[in-house]
Design a protein around this ligand. Structure first.
Ligand code: KG4
Ligand code: ZN
Length: 357
């Protein structure tokens, strides 16, 4: 007779693997979105529920960690309830629970992880911790039912800019990463310097629409070099200096031109390096992931570059670009197919497990 929660989990995880269409509940709370989703068979999204904290953090120009944790605590119960209700299922119908346990704001992660542990214990379900970055990559599996590893992926979010070789659903090699600011972080900081609200990425993209991409010769030698690493903080400083110098001279800057030039420099770097990484590795598929994947200029630029070399380009549907729990459930499904579930001692961690070897 199995006694402990973990012994029961191992049995239920084995049952999960045998089912043709198991249901997994995903929970995400790593930054400023409280999210839950029910996914069937790994890729079929039955329901999704997202509560965004953006309006609150906008008042402060960025994410305030303590406010984020408190808001997750207030919302997580109703968000999970909402996802189950929309799916028309109860907790007892769920076969496993996946939760983001790294990387992110530690207090924010703690809310989702604690809640997931409580549910797993009370409802006797296997628990599986998911790395948020691998969740972003998995958003592509939802959009492309036929997509399978191996492929190259460029992950550009608020916290990371990674080129990742996806060797299998659960095995990854970090090929390159940012040496300083992440791509989304650079968008947010430049947007803030231009007086745009948080989160700056989508706002800057809107502003850039009418701008001339060649008005400002923004580029960094580092991003044009051989390395697969990125550097975005120099670009950000260059934009801030242009704004300050103009202000001191009493001149006005065409902000649409500046935004368009900055966006071109970032999207060029992300595109050229990731396509080169795919070609060097002899891979014929390149996927895009992370919040910055919502950027239309980047999506189009990558599509054109991939077309040039006969590479298949994949990017998530818009609703799965920024933080959501469907991608966490999807990755959790593949984790559970290949390894044992986690114990209830699972601890959140601010850092990703993806590190340079
Ligand atoms: O993946 P995500 O939702 O959260 C993290 O894991 O960090 O990414 C959020 C980041 C923010 O920096 C946001 O400004 C950026 O993604 N972002 C965009 C766009 N939409 C979101 N950046 C550029 N263009 C966009 N359309
Ligand atoms: Zn994210």
């Amino acid at each position: 007779m199995p006694e402990s929660h973990y012994e029961k989990s191992l049995i239920k995880a084995a049952e999960y693997r045998k089912k043709t269409a198991p249901l997994i509940l995903g929970i995400e709370s790593s930054c400023d979105e409280t999210a839950a989703a029910v996914v069937r068979g790994g890729r079929d999204v039955v329901s999704t529920s997202v509560h965004t904290q953006i309006p609150v953090h906008r008042l402060y120009g960025g994410v305030v960690p303590e406010i984020a944790s408190r808001s997750h605590t207030e919302r997580i119960g109703s968000v999970v309830r909402d996802a189950l209700d929309k799916a028309g299922v109860g907790l007892s119908d769920i076969d496993a629970i996946a939760v983001t346990y790294r990387p992110g704001l530690i207090g924010a992660l703690l809310v989702g992880v604690s809640f997931a542990k409580g549910l797993a214990l009370a409802a006797e379900k296997p628990l599986v911790g998911v790395d948020h970055i691998t969740g972003h990559i998995a958003a592509n599996y939802i959009t492309y039912p036929d997509l399978e590893p191996t492929f190259m992926c460029i992950v550009a979010s608020g916290g990371h800019s990674h080129i990742v070789r996806v060797n299998s659903y659960t095995d990854f090699t970090l090929i390159g990463r940012t040496r300083d600011d992440a791509a989304g972080e650079a968008f947010d900081k430049v947007a803030r310097a231009m007086g745009l609200p948080y989160p700056g990425g989508p706002e800057l993209e809107k502003l850039a629409k009418g701008g001339d991409t060649n008005a400002f010769p923004l580029h960094t030698a580092f991003n044009e070099g051989e390395s697969f690493d990125f550097s975005f903080s120099g670009l950000k400083t260059a934009v801030v200096n242009i704004l300050h110098n103009a202000e001191q001279k009493g001149e006005t800057v065409n902000k649409a031109d500046l935004a368009a030039s900055f966006q071109r420099a970032v999207t060029d770097a992300l595109t050229v390096k990731s396509v080169r990484a795919a070609r060097d590795a002899g891979l014929t598929t390149l996927a895009l992931a992370g919040g910055v994947s919502a950027n239309t200029t980047l999506r189009e630029r990558l599509q054109r570059e991939c077309d040039k070399y006969g590479i298949r380009f994949c990017r998530p549907d818009m609703k799965y670009c920024t933080d959501n729990a469907a991608m966490i459930a999807c990755q959790g499904h593949y984790e559970l197919l290949t390894r044992d579930p986690d114990e209830l001692s699972l601890d959140p961690n601010a850092a990703s497990f993806l590190q340079l070897q």
